[in-house]
Design a protein around this ligand. Sequence first.
Ligand code: BV8
Ligand code: ZN
Length: 260
Amino acid sequence: MTGSLEEARRLLGHARRVVFLTGAGISAESGVPTFRGPGGLWNSRRAEELATPDAFRRDPRLVWEWYAWRRGVVASCAPNAGHLSLARFLHARRGEAILVTQNVDGLHRVAAIQEAGEGDPAPALPLELHGSLFRDRCSECGVVHEPAGPVDTRAEATLPRCGVCGSLLRPDVVWFGEPLDPGVFGAAHRAASGADVCVVVGTSGLVHPAASLPMATRAARGSVIEINPEETPLTRRVAHALRGPAAELLPRLLEPDRTA
Ligand code: BV8
Ligand code: ZN
């Protein structure tokens, strides 16, 4: 694996344009449950049934109960060494490196702001393919709202409502069967198609269209580096599979001098 890490570092060192694609695995060491691993959120049938527009139409209270619980879990989590090292790399290589995430936990945003200090966090902010747990959106008129505080999920009547049209608010995330924001996915696909290297961190590579992004880099003759403790459907298509946890391997890949 060390050989692969050295070669991956060299590849990254020569790359003029880099895109990162992250999944739930990068937040695992921050204590955020993944979706499909042991104890994963989707393991209970509930989860996959709840992250759909039909579930929200049928029982908005139950769906909000699950998202309010997840907000509480994530609110107590902090970015780990993987998030922070990646944010420093994005700040240092501003304009040449772009971060795309499937995660809705907001931890990349926290890391970008933390590592920017007094500076502009923008170069390290992610393109959020699946939205954010910490924004609400009107289920009718689409207006986005900052959450006004903890959601009272005791009854449908106590759920948050839109300040513009009075309809129910929903979490501002992309559910299964819903299209991704075309502007966000378009920008992510352009970044992947134009990258010399795509670094895929902590994703099972099962959810589309996000999982197609590393192949867009390959189709444009770029190389893919994967960081994951396990093999995934992407593994056989990557140039370097770095087998291990992101909080350990990202700093060793991105900041060799700092982690020597
Ligand atoms: C779309 C937000 C089209 C919500 C999420 C049948 C019916 C309907 C749709 C489909 C269908 N078949 C296929 C589809 C398409 C579907 C899809 O891909 N389904 C899959 C499951 C088969 N996709 C969609 O529906 C998408 N929309 O296609 O729309 C369309 C077009 C036009 C008009 C109408 C419709 C929307 C997909 C978005 C769904 N929303 N999340 C919420 O969070 O509640 S997806 C959810 O999965 C999360 O966002 C998550 O990020 C994402 C992917 O999971 P991962 O991030 O990969 O996490 P996972 O747990 O799976 O894996 C963790 C990995 O980390 C593992 O590999 C593990 O080994 C590794 N790991 C563990 N520890 C560490 C680690 N790695 C590093 N370090 C560690 N320490
Ligand atoms: Zn509204």
